[in-house]
Write a protein that binds this ligand. Structure first.
Ligand SMILES: [Zn+2]
Length: 123
C-alpha cells in the first residue's frame, strides 16, 4: 500500500487501472511503499530513507514554491538531483542549496535544498 493510496483511503485490492494511475502521476510515492525504521524521525532530521532499485538511500528535504502554478511543497531528493518536478503541474525547477554555504548545511526550517521562487539563507 502506497502513502498516496493510504492518504486517499483506498483499500487493497484496488483496481489495476488505479495502480497504474498512481504510478504514472506519483512515482515518488510508490518508492515509499516500504518504510525504513529511521523514517519516523524525518520531520526533525530532514532526511528520509527511500528505496532505489532495492537499495535504501538517504534523501534530503527540499522546499519549493512553483513559479508556474504557485504550488508549495516539500520533497525528499538525492543530493545529485539537479532538477525537481512540481508535484502539481509537472514543471521542472532547478535545485539549489538551501544556504549560501551549501550542502549538507540546513536552513532554519531544516531544508537542505530549495527550488522555484525561494530565498536562500545567507551565512
Ligand atoms: Zn507547479
Amino acid at each position: 500500500m502506497t502513502a498516496l493510496a493510504k492518504a486517499l483511503r483506498v483499500q487493497a485490492p484496488y483496481p489495476p487501472e488505479l495502480e497504474g494511475a498512481l504510478e504514472r502521476f506519483f512515482p515518488e510515492h510508490l518508492e515509499e511503499a516500504e518504510d525504513h525504521p529511521e523514517n519516523e524521525h524525518y520531520l526533525e532530521t530532514g532526511i528520509k530513507y527511500k528505496k532505489f532499485d532495492g537499495e535504501w538511500k538517504e534523501t534530503y528535504r527540499l522546499r519549493y514554491n512553483c513559479p508556474t502554478c504557485k504550488h508549495r511543497d516539500n520533497a525528499y531528493i538525492l543530493p545529485e538531483w539537479k532538477e525537481k518536478k512540481c508535484h502539481k503541474c509537472g514543471d521542472m525547477m532547478e535545485v539549489r542549496d538551501a544556504t549560501s554555504i551549501g550542502f549538507p548545511n540546513q536552513d532554519k526550517h531544516g531544508n537542505f535544498f530549495k527550488a522555484g521562487v525561494v530565498e536562500i539563507d545567507r551565512r
